[in-house]
Write a protein that binds this ligand. Structure first.
Ligand SMILES: CC(C)(COP(=O)(O)OP(=O)(O)OC[C@H]1O[C@@H](n2cnc3c(N)ncnc32)[C@H](O)[C@@H]1OP(=O)(O)O)[C@@H](O)C(=O)NCCC(=O)NCCS
Length: 218
């Protein structure tokens, strides 16, 4: 019997394949094996010609004690649903921090974080469970990033920014210093949230205008 931990990637699309390719930059083959992908379909793996184990639907999978899950899904609802489903059934998520990411020694990274190369997590920032920073995304000093939040490539959080749970910052989206983005809101690609953003809003443009939600002041 192996005393290694078994890595399981949740999501078999482009994000999952990308993470698979980088896996051994952050994990040691002496301590980990790759067990396989969990997803509703293995179509994307087959299309890419990847001959890797496919473990089936994450909602039906029974987590084993040595499994360590890695979240590789970009859809916000699915990130939350699958994280909650697997952890409620005893599953444990690992964190992936690529060695080319810059994470301050004073930062706190919650379980299930996936941090790509050239991302930055600066001084005294705190990432809650299951967050993702893509290539070149950055969280300045003293940021608080809630559960399931996702920063797409080049997304920028200035210092003292708070993202509540489930926030999506698109490619080159910016949140200005000290601002709070409410639960389940999105900042669109290339847009800049200059004011606090309420729950469930989408921010477009520079300076950003909110659609759907209302400002916290309202
Ligand atoms: C933020 C984002 C994800 C929102 O996408 P979405 O949830 O599909 O939102 P929609 O395009 O349906 O637009 C939502 C609403 O905003 C409105 N809207 C869209 N563009 C707008 C604009 N420029 N100004 C004002 N309103 C706009 C839409 O009309 C829609 O209104 P409605 O709900 O009343 O119909 C998308 O704008 C975006 O930035 N995508 C890039 C994602 C990315 O960076 N991916 C990289 C992954 S690694």
């Amino acid at each position: 019997m192996s005393d290694k931990l078994n890595l399981v990637i949740v999501g078999a699309g482009g994000f999952g394949r990308e993470l698979y390719e980088m896996l051994w930059a952050a994990f040691s083959p002496a301590k980990h094996d790759f067990k396989g992908f969990l997803a509703q379909s293995d179509q994307s793996l087959n299309d890419a010609g990847l001959d890797v184990p496919f473990l089936g639907d994450p909602l039906e999978y029974n987590p084993e004690p040595d499994d360590r899950f890695l979240m590789a899904i970009g859809y916000m609802d699915a990130r939350r649903t699958l994280y909650e489903s697997l952890t409620s059934r005893g599953g444990t998520f690992a964190s992936f921090v690529h060695p080319k990411a810059l994470v301050a020694s004073t930062a706190e990274i919650g379980p299930g974080a996936v941090i790509y190369p050239f991302a930055v997590v600066s001084n005294a920032s705190v990432l809650d469970d299951c967050t993702h920073l893509n290539y070149y995304a950055s969280a300045g000093h003293d940021c608080k990033i809630g559960k399931y939040c996702l920063l797409a490539p080049y997304a920028t959080l200035n210092g003292f920014v708070t993202l509540e749970d489930g926030v999506y910052i698109s490619t080159h989206g910016v949140v200005a210093p000290g601002k709070t983005v409410g639960r389940d809101s999105k900042v669109s690609a290339g847009s800049c949230a200059m004011q606090d953003v309420t729950n469930g809003a989408i921010v477009f443009g520079v300076p950003g205008r909110q659609v759907r939600g209302m400002t916290h002041a309202d």
